[in-house]
Design a protein around this ligand. Structure first.
Ligand code: NI
Length: 188
């Protein structure tokens, strides 16, 4: 079932999410809804806070960008309680977007190589060294679990320049071709 994507300004995107225990109820349904929501909005990744749940769950299907980034071919991941260790390597700047920030794209500097540890939907542990654009997607999605958004990594000047667009999202004045949930209205 497709769920609305929570947009920038909603407090759920700013909370630190909680680890998932094997006893977690309804995980299968939640993951199925996350995949449906991600595919319906043409995203390559989705973190649980983006559907309003502060749980440490991420889904990624990077295959659609394989032409530009061969390391993404066939990479479909369910990350539960993921942990990132930064490895040696360059920091690279590239454009990113986010389903919670429709109509925006900014360059973000991220490390090129990471070691990722996680458990899958059956709570089997995994560990893998990941590089390139796939490492970028993983870092972006795992940021969501810490209450961070990619715009937190852009310069103050750049943020000033996009302030109008950000305010439009907060105030519900943005166009989006997938279902969304806006921030609750502030009482003035
Ligand atoms: Ni995002």
């Amino acid at each position: 079932m497709k769920l609305p994507v929570y947009l920038y300004g909603h407090p759920v995107l700013r909370n630190v999410s909680q680890p998932i225990e094997p006893e977690y109820q309804g995980l299968e349904k939640l993951l199925s809804d996350m995949w449906d929501t991600m595919y319906a909005s043409d995203g390559v990744g989705l973190a649980a806070p983006q559907i309003g749940r502060n749980d440490r769950i991420v889904v990624i299907d990077a295959d659609p960008v394989k032409e530009a980034f061969p390391e993404c071919e066939g990479r479909k991941l369910t990350l539960i309680n993921p942990e990132i260790e930064v490895l040696e390597g360059e920091k690279i700047s590239r454009a990113e977007g986010c389903l919670s920030l429709p109509g925006l794209s900014e360059n973000v500097e991220r490390v090129e190589n990471i070691r990722l540890r996680w458990v899958d939907e059956k709570f089997q542990p995994h560990e893998e060294i990941i590089s390139g654009f796939l490492a970028r997607i993983v870092q972006h999605e795992c940021d969501h679990l810490e209450g961070l958004l990619y715009i937190d990594h852009v310069s103050g000047i750049r943020k000033q320049l996009i302030r109008g667009k950000l305010n439009n999202i907060v105030n519900g004045k943005t166009r989006c071709d997938y279902p969304v949930k806006y921030a609750p209205r502030k009482l003035k």
